[in-house]
Ligand binder design. Structure first.
Ligand code: HEM
Length: 371
């Protein structure tokens, strides 16, 4: 598609698809032209109001600034020992043959984000059920469907999960109003008490943080282990010297991008990749394709564990650049250090069963059994 149809109009679903690095980069970087607000018509009032992900400045800037310090590398250093302990404890409990996702790649980031937010991590089984029900789209894997295209029964199911989540967060928010703690929800409640944000905005933020804070990182860890199984040479390299882990993780982000695409709306008519996009049209920017663009990456279809430079777009770009990127990188690096130490006698990684996740949006596995 990058060569033959770098800008493709999907007539059936009425959106533009953008494939080349240069164009994806422009869509992500130019928020004046490519708005994050979803302007497609919705059949019903959404359960959650727009989160920062789908807001433009100035609301976006304000909301992001409230929590951004909590995700800075300096602040996150305080979390490092706790994340190492969680990783170690999880591996102590695993049987020799285990499902990496269920026993490790899922519980690690969900425990961390739950702790940071101040929601009980014992509620994890419920979070997993929510995620499974939200992302088990009976999707045609070649198509992206938007909220306005979901079938009535699917819409009902998604709304019911979102309503459960909203009530769950509402109870915690009310509790924090009485007894503030040192956590993200208390920080949001404090901004609310100073009149900066509404309670609806807190609830949408919680919804976004809980989901964005773990489903993507689960996939990153799963994809990293999958890469080690696919490429024994890389496994030997990182096993011998854990110093290679940071660059290896960047290559996993490029080669197996956990988030495949993001969407935008053209704010006004614009020329892109030789085509004219009209105001109000939806744009799907394929991160996964941009990250394999031969114009930018040397031998893009080869996994090169120590690739440098590696200007991948896996965390997006511009004002919506992933808030949790430093956290995701730290979690993935700690996870790999713990796993490689756990496997220090293993000659190679063998996978018995790899079951991919059931949504086009995310790239990863819901089951990955290690022999
Ligand atoms: C935004 C990917 C982990 C929170 C984004 C965006 C991408 C992304 C591509 C940009 C969306 C857009 O431009 O529309 C990833 C990947 C992750 C990851 C690949 C893991 C490997 C996390 C974690 C958190 C997080 C751990 C923790 C809370 C967010 C938030 C935004 C965001 C809040 C919205 C930022 C904004 O709109 O200003 N992420 N993410 N993400 N991510 Fe992540």
């Amino acid at each position: 598609m990058r060569k033959e149809s770098p800008l493709h109009y999907n007539r059936e679903h009425q959106y533009w698809e953008v494939f080349r690095y240069e164009d994806v980069n422009r869509v992500l970087s130019d928020h004046h032209t490519f708005s994050s607000q979803n302007r497609r018509r919705q059949k019903e009032e959404p359960v959650f109001h727009d989160s920062i992900l789908s807001l433009d400045p100035p609301q976006h800037t304000l909301l992001r600034s409230i929590v951004s310090r909590s995700f800075s590398p300096a602040f996150l250093r305080e979390w490092e020992p706790r994340i190492r302990t969680i990783a170690k404890d999880l591996l102590l409990q695993t049987p020799p043959d285990f499902d990496l996702i269920n026993h490790f790649a899922y519980p690690l980031p969900v425990t961390v984000i739950a702790d940071m937010m101040g929601v009980p991590s014992k509620d994890q089984p419920m979070f997993r059920q929510w995620v499974d029900r939200l992302f088990t789209m009976e999707n045609d894997p070649t198509n992206i469907r938007f909220a306005d295209e979901t079938k009535p029964d699917e819409r009902k199911r998604i709304r019911s999960v979102q309503m459960d989540m909203k009530q769950y967060f509402r109870d915690i928010v009310h509790e924090r109003k009485q007894r503030p703690q040192n956590d993200l929800i208390s920080l949001l409640v404090d901004s609310h008490s100073h009149g900066q944000i509404s309670e609806e905005e807190i609830l949408s933020f919680c919804f976004l943080l809980l989901l964005a804070g773990h489903i993507t990182t689960t996939n990153l860890i799963g994809n990293a282990v999958f890469s080690l199984a696919e490429d024994p040479e890389t496994y030997r390299l990182v096993q011998k010297d854990h110093g290679h882990i940071p660059l290896f993780i960047e290559e996993v982000l490029r080669y197996h991008s956990p988030v495949r695409f993001v969407t935008r709306t053209a704010a006004h008519d614009v020329r892109l990749g030789g085509e004219t996009l009209h105001a109000g049209e939806t744009v799907v920017a394929w991160i996964a394709s941009a990250n394999r663009d031969e114009q930018v990456f040397d031998r893009p279809d080869r996994f090169i564990a120590n690739r440098k430079p590696n200007p991948h777009l896996a965390f997006g770009k511009g004002i919506h650049f992933c808030l949790g990127a430093p956290l995701a990188r730290m979690e993935a690096q700690i996870a790999m250090q713990a796993l490689l130490s756990h496997w220090n006698r293993k000659e190679q990684i063998q996978i018995q069963e790899a079951r991919p996740v059931k949504t086009v949006f995310l790239n990863g596995y819901e089951k990955l059994t290690i022999a």
